[in-house]
Structures are given as structure tokens and as C-alpha cells.
Design a protein around this ligand. Structure first.
Ligand code: SAH
Ligand code: SF4
Length: 369
């Protein structure tokens, strides 16, 4: 059985071509799956009955299996999804007045072991499949529609999710092929039809894959910078030992040539007494001098066993001021869904709950307003 969620547009076209069907069949089925979020091939009513029956015998639409579904008082909603073998990943829906953003995971665990990241501390379990990645978007849209989500654009017939950020569990560029297949579905007019500017991928800095992404599927790029010098970044983001800052900055400049936005967003986690001094901010200004960019400062979210603390609010504000005075748009990430975090904190110690806590602490780029 083929899971239709696993097929990107060329694969879906090939699937129908091999079955002797006309190319429009792929587009038609894609719209049923990715625009009407139909799970049952039998419900695809504009396919002739024999076609439908033959398809139902060969393919299914298999979405994720939900372990837990929680909504915070601010409307942030999280789905904890089974990834098998006691592992779970999470998608987070962040509603705002003018958009609905979904934060998507790309791997169960992560091999890159950043010092301040509890996904990293858990180690790597496995890459998610294309169907598991795009299935998060399929499922969120479907669940929100089923629950009668209120949004002006939904009333006009558009899908609830208008923006995607690949900022959940895992390093998306370390699962390159499945992530790019998923991105292609997000962008395809017969699937989710999102513009490249509304899809953001966050990476810890895999330089060769940043170049490949630029060539194969450029979307908006966020880079987890977190330190202005190699000495400090080597410690916080170990992949820096392989791809140091000068290489990373050059890759960002190359990326912008083809990117849908004319800047890269640098994420910078604020760690008390580690990377948050005025001197760090000034060093950042000289590091990014030639890179068109914005900064997004992320207050550190602590987790059990971590050696780090979050920088005081006033320190973050002072840091922001230096970068802004240096000419760079600098936002502070707003924390969303705190009340769900708190509940999860009480349940620490089980794999699923650790996963949930980790994801909850990385709600994506939402500019402070
Ligand atoms: N692996 C990718 C994407 C997922 S992480 C990456 O590293 O970019 C999304 C963002 O959350 C990254 O900027 C990451 O550095 C940050 N992050 C990880 N742990 C965090 C924590 N405990 N508190 C705040 N931000 C964290
Ligand atoms: Fe992996 Fe990103 Fe966490 Fe680093 S911050 S360990 S790259 S998920």
C-alpha cells in the first residue's frame, strides 16, 4: 500500500502515469488529499467509480496518530504524534490575527547535540518520512477545520494553516530529501499552495545543505547562530566545528541570491552570562556586517538537568538595543502556550513528556509586538 502523503508532486504524477492514468488525475487526487484533507479514497467523488476502487486497492491516506492534543489559553495548540518505538514528535499551531502558523518536526530526536537543547540531549532516533512531515500539516488543517476554527481566511475558503516553520524537533537539513519533498508539497498549487515566503526552514548551519536547498527549493531561511565567535559557537552548537562561522556567513550570502526574502533570520538564544554581554552584541554586528539579516532573540527555555539560565529581561532588551542601533531589525521571540508548558513540566521523566516539553520550549519566530 502506498501512503499518498509520501508522494511529492513528481512522485504522484509518476504513480498515476504508471497506472496508465492521465496527468490530470494526479492533480485531482492531490487536491482531494492536500486541499480537502480527505482520508478516504472512496470519498473522492469526482473520480469514476472503477478508478476510485482501483486507487483504494493500491493507496491510502495515512495521517499521524495523535497521542495527545492540548490547547493553551492563548489558543496555541499542540499535537503530540506517535513516531513508534516509544518516540513522539510534536506540531504546534500558533494562531494570530492575520495568519495561522504551524511549527513542524523533521526528525525524532537530533544528532547535533547543541548544548542548550534538550532534543539534542535525547540523541537521534530517526528521520521522519515525507508522509510524517507533510502529514503534520495535513492533520493540523484537517483537525482545525473539523473543530470549526475561526479565521477570516478560512471563511473565504482558504486552509487554516497559512505559514509553516520547520522549527520543531530535529535538524531539517539532516533529513534533506524528505524535507525537500515535503517543502515541494507545501509550495505546490495543487497541494498546499503556500508561497515561499510563508515557509521558513531553521537550520543549525549545515553549510553544504544550505547550498543544496538554495538550488533545489529555496524557502525563507532562519539560521541558529547563538554565538558571535567560533570559540563560543564550537561549544554551544557543535556543528560549528565542522562548518565554522566564516563558511556559514558566506553560505547565507549565497542563499540570499535565490531566497524568496532578501534577508536571513539569525536566531540567537539568550543564555545568562554565556552569550548575552554587550561585547557579544558588538561582535555580532561585525560578524554579520556583509550579510543582509534580521535577528530574533529567543529567551532560553530551561529543562531539567540543564546548566543554563535565561538572560534577565533587561539584559535581553539591552542586547536588542545594540543590534537595532547597529541597523538590524531585531525582535524578541514571544513565548506562547506557557500554561501547557507548565502542565508538561509536572510530567517530566517519560519519553513522551520530555519530547513535549522540548518542543514546547521552541515555539517559533513570533515577533514581539
Ligand atoms: N534544528 C534546527 C531547528 C529546530 S530548533 C535548528 O537548530 O535551527 C528551533 C530553534 O530553537 C533553534 O534556533 C534552536 O537553537 C532553538 N532552541 C533549542 N533549544 C532551545 C531552548 N532550550 N530554549 C530556546 N531555544 C532553543
Ligand atoms: Fe538539533 Fe536544532 Fe536542537 Fe541543535 S538546536 S540539537 S540542531 S534540534
Amino acid at each position: 500500500m502506498i501512503n499518498l502523503l509520501d508522494l511529492d508532486p513528481p512522485a504522484l504524477a509518476a504513480f498515476f502515469a504508471n497506472r496508465g492514468e492521465k496527468p490530470f488525475r494526479a492533480r485531482q487526487v492531490s487536491r482531494w488529499v492536500h486541499q480537502r484533507f480527505v482520508a478516504d479514497v472512496g470519498a473522492m467523488t469526482d473520480l469514476a467509480k472503477p478508478s476510485r476502487e482501483a486507487l483504494a486497492a493500491a493507496a491510502i491516506v495515512q495521517g499521524p496518530s495523535v497521542i495527545r492534543d492540548t490547547t493553551a489559553t492563548d489558543g496555541t495548540r499542540k499535537w503530540l504524534l506517535d513516531a513508534g518505538n516509544g518516540n513522539a514528535v510534536e506540531s504546534v499551531y500558533i494562531p494570530e490575527d492575520d495568519r495561522g502558523t504551524l511549527c513542524i518536526s523533521s526528525q525524532a530526536g537530533c544528532a547535533l547535540d547543541c548544548a542548550f537543547c534538550s532534543t539534542g540531549k535525547q540523541g537521534f532516533n530517526r528521520n521522519l518520512t515525507t508522509g510524517e512531515i507533510v502529514g503534520q500539516l495535513w492533520h493540523a488543517n484537517r483537525a482545525l477545520l473539523a473543530d470549526g476554527v475561526k479565521a477570516a481566511w478560512v471563511a473565504q475558503g482558504r486552509a487554516p494553516i497559512t505559514n509553516v516553520v520547520m522549527m520543531g524537533m530535529g535538524e531539517p537539513l539532516a533529513n534533506f530529501d524528505n524535507v525537500v519533498r515535503s517543502l515541494k508539497l507545501m509550495l505546490d498549487d495543487n497541494a498546499y499552495g503556500l508561497s515561499r515566503r510563508r515557509v521558513t526552514l531553521s537550520t543549525s548551519g549545515l553549510v553544504p545543505q544550505i547550498d543544496r536547498l538554495r538550488d533545489e527549493c529555496p524557502v525563507a531561511l532562519a539560521v541558529s547562530l547563538h554565538a558571535p565567535t567560533d570559540a563560543l559557537r564550537d561549544r554551544l552548537v557543535p556543528i560549528n566545528r565542522v562548518h565554522p562561522l566564516a563558511e556559514l556567513m558566506a553560505a547565507c550570502v549565497r542563499y540570499i541570491e535565490k531566497a524568496p526574502r532578501d534577508f536571513v533570520t539569525f536566531e540567537y538564544v539568550m543564555l545568562d552570562g554565556v552569550n548575552d554581554a554587550d561585547t557579544h552584541a558588538h561582535a555580532l554586528l561585525s560578524l554579520v556586517r556583509d550579510v543582509p539579516c534580521k535577528f530574533n532573540l529567543i529567551p532560553f527555555n530551561p529543562f531539567p538537568g540543564t546548566e543554563f539560565r535565561v538572560s534577565p529581561r533587561a539584559r535581553i532588551a539591552a542586547f536588542q538595543r545594540i543590534l537595532a542601533d547597529g541597523g538590524f531589525v531585531t525582535t524578541i521571540r514571544k513565548t506562547r502556550g506557557d500554561d501547557i508548558d507548565a502542565a508538561c513540566g509536572q510530567l517530566a521523566g517519560q519519553v513522551h513528556d520530555r519530547t513535549k516539553r522540548r518542543l514546547a520550549s521552541r515555539i517559533p519566530v513570533v515577533a514581539a509586538r
